[in-house]
Design a protein around this ligand. Sequence first.
Ligand code: SF4
Length: 502
Amino acid sequence: MRSYEVRTYGCQMNVHDSERLSGLLESAGYVRVEDGGQPDVVVFNTCAVRENADNRLYGNLGHLAPVKKQHPGMQIAVGGCLAQKDRGEITRRAPWVDVVFGTHNIGSLPALLERARHNDEAQVEILESLEVFPSTLPTRRESPYAAWVSISVGCNNTCTFCIVPSLRGTEKDRRPGEVLAEVEALVADGVLEVTLLGQNVNSYGVEFGDRLAFGKLLRACGDIEGLERVRFTSPHPKDFTDDVIAAMAETPNVMPSLHMPLQSGSDTVLKAMRRSYRRDRYLGILERVRAAMPDAAITTDVIVGFPGETDDDFEQTLDVVRQARFSGAFTFQYSTRPGTPAAGMDRQVPKAVVQERYERLVALQDDVSWAENKRQVGRRLDVLVAEGEGRKDGATHRLSGRAPDNRLVHFALPDGVEPPRRDRTAAPRRDRTAAPRPGDVATVEVTYAAPHHLVADGAFGGVRATRAGDAWAARQGRGQQPVGLLLGMPSRRVPGLTVQDA
Ligand code: SF4
């Protein structure tokens, strides 16, 4: 069987598309390459938004050229936004690439690989618009407990720094019934948390004429039994309406977290960005969100150094950041993206100025995040245990996961409890107390706050074994029993607690 590897760059859309690419390849008989192995097919799922994305792609392709020479039959495919943008240019610059496919036809990948092999000729296929909504394609989900669900693709806005509308096309909405059927199927499969995905979730419904469709969709998710956490990204301040705030506040499984892109705190810059809200509207939304959900954690995106940004404009951004009390922010230094309207604008800000402003913004946001996180110390939180979120967990004997408001929490295990192992071949050890598995929910007490995470080494409040934890265990190839309930203080064994062969 031929093996594959998918390399993903960019946003959650791409991460989700990569799950589909993997699902498609596996349906076509490919297997995922073992760790450290040499795949027969390498797929690049590219992003055109990040700086120097093309240099990085061609650099990576260059590294693969000699590898391909040594492995007859190996194939290289390039998809995603950069492929949609560069098209035939990719095979001109890297003639050893076998397949180039666009954002609208990811479903064609297996057929294009087959055709390239059969014809011994590179295949470049880019469609101008979506033919099949990608959610109908097979998917290999990375996580057994959390899943992305696309509600729309494309965007009807024209932000001047953004290449997305020209590469992903205008907004296409899925019908609510289809979205909910997918969510129900995921929950039946063990998933506890879904994130609804769209470039602008707040304009969801524009295609089928229902301006209130997104709020209704959130409320409908609240009726799905077994669905514990609902998140969404990205909203847009222009289209964010009070019915969505009400739906969030009144639907218990919609989590108190919101990622609300600000981009700039200056009305002049927002206008030049063609973002049609202003700072007062933005701050008003945050005020109403906090009035309805006092514990909501709000995160954002900010771009520094947009063409024409003056010192005063930048001060206004700092001012909004202070007032908004974001729990975290993705901060970006503006740099020209070929193909965007902003690339041709006058008054580009010198690199040194952008850098200096950026450092001041990051320092301020770190202070704000830290202050906000300190307010969490002493709270008891239900943490959905995650896999791969805590790089130092092995050394610190902690596990990691996400609080309802999406804060990252590293928590200590009670004495005598060892974390679950991923080693499929190791013989089960039956002398240990069970630990929460990825997908289970641990109740922990926060004892320390850092700017970007919380530590919870206080009294351990117990573990709730979930269907998602069972699904995780089943994926490890072990006959996993539910862990039962692990209560209270360190080292305490509870009747009914089954030993985990983790
Ligand atoms: Fe790009 Fe603006 Fe659409 Fe977001 S809303 S995808 S930034 S054009």
